[in-house]
Design a protein around this ligand. Structure first.
Ligand code: MN9
Ligand code: PYR
Length: 306
């Protein structure tokens, strides 16, 4: 058995978006406001500094300041997972130690990026991070962006350690997800990545999910989760289909995160534009964003009365 309470990492964990001011500098105020919005919505946790959080586009100091702000605002209410993946092991270790210092509940990392790495390198990278703190560690498997294919044998080896409590799997194969679950065992968490397959992931063994589109419609993912827990697969599927239409629209913009941040801006939460090379929503696309936000709000209202 893992020496940690795993329950808190289950459920709906929002991959938080980046937070910048008008000048494009990281904004602690915006981060607190956004974190508060999710606490009020009632999600289980926040994943800070991942793909959605643009951690890879920020300096070590910027990443530290955002994480500290989020933990201080909602760390007593929500589970905070700090994504501390970076191109170098050195930076990841520094970020992991900072995450422990400020009170995050777990750290998580992709393989080091840019270089084509051997499994031995990735293992050593993760191990250095794991050994640098007493926090639990969640592997982040996202081969679409990192290019690294995590094998079942490396996963099994990592999962055997007490501190390695789970994997967030963003690969689209639910078979791979199931295989990771089987390899890790009952006390190893498998967290669903592809939001379009939340229900499929849950059905085949995922314990919860961490997603980049949850942040504009957490209520709808919580609804799918509730339906699933109640055993109402018909209703769960209905909501997954609704969500998938919305995600399809979100993905039609030049940057998913630009679109998500724009939607939140309409709701009074200004987290600025995404950082280049991620593109903001173009002037000519704002009408489409407004329409999408209206549709989401209509569905959320339906969930709230049901
Ligand atoms: C590849 C990728 O970034 N996956 C994200 C996290 O796992 C998802 O949350 C997607 O953003 C989402 O499923 C939309 O395609
Ligand atoms: C999308 C996601 O889960 C992330 O921000 O890393």
């Amino acid at each position: 058995m893992k020496p940690y309470v795993l329950e808190r990492f289950k459920g709906i964990t929002v991959a938080m978006y980046s937070c910048y001011d008008e000048q494009g500098m990281v904004s602690v105020d915006a981060a607190k406001k956004l974190a508060r919005y999710y606490a009020t919505a009632g999600v289980s946790g926040l994943y800070v500094g991942g793909s959605s959080g643009e951690g890879m586009l920020q300096s070590v100091e910027e990443r530290k300041s955002i994480l500290a702000a989020v933990v201080s605002e909602v760390g007593h209410e929500l589970t905070i997972i700090a994504h501390i993946g970076a191109p170098s092991t050195r930076d990841s270790v520094e970020l992991a130690q900072h995450a422990e210092l400020v009170g995050a509940h777990a750290v998580s990392a992709v393989p080091a990026i840019y270089y084509r790495l051997s499994p031995e390198s990735v293992e050593a990278h993760w191990q250095a991070i794991i050994d640098s703190t007493s926090l639990p560690f969640i592997i982040y498997h996202i081969p679409q962006t990192t290019g690294f294919q995590l094998s079942k044998s490396l996963l099994t080896k990592m999962a055997a350690q007490d501190k390695v409590i789970g994997v967030k799997i963003s690969a689209e194969s639910t078979f791979e997800l199931q295989q990771f679950k089987a390899a890790g065992g009952d006390d190893f968490l498998v967290l669903n990545g592809p939001d379009e397959q939340y229900l499929a992931g849950r059905s085949i063994g995922a314990d919860g999910g961490i997603g980049g589109t949850y942040g504009v419609m957490p209520e709808l993912f919580m609804k799918i989760e509730r339906c699933y827990q109640e055993g109402d697969m018909v209703e769960a599927r209905k909501w997954q289909f609704i969500v998938n239409e919305l995600i399809t629209d979100l993905l039609s913009f030049p940057s998913l995160y630009g679109a998500c941040k724009a939607i939140l801006k309409l709701r009074g939460i200004d987290s600025g534009n995404p950082r280049m090379p991620l593109l903001p929503v173009a002037e000519s696309d704002w009408k489409r964003i407004e329409y999408l936000d209206e549709r989401i709000n209509t569905y959320v209202a339906q969930v709230n009365v049901s």
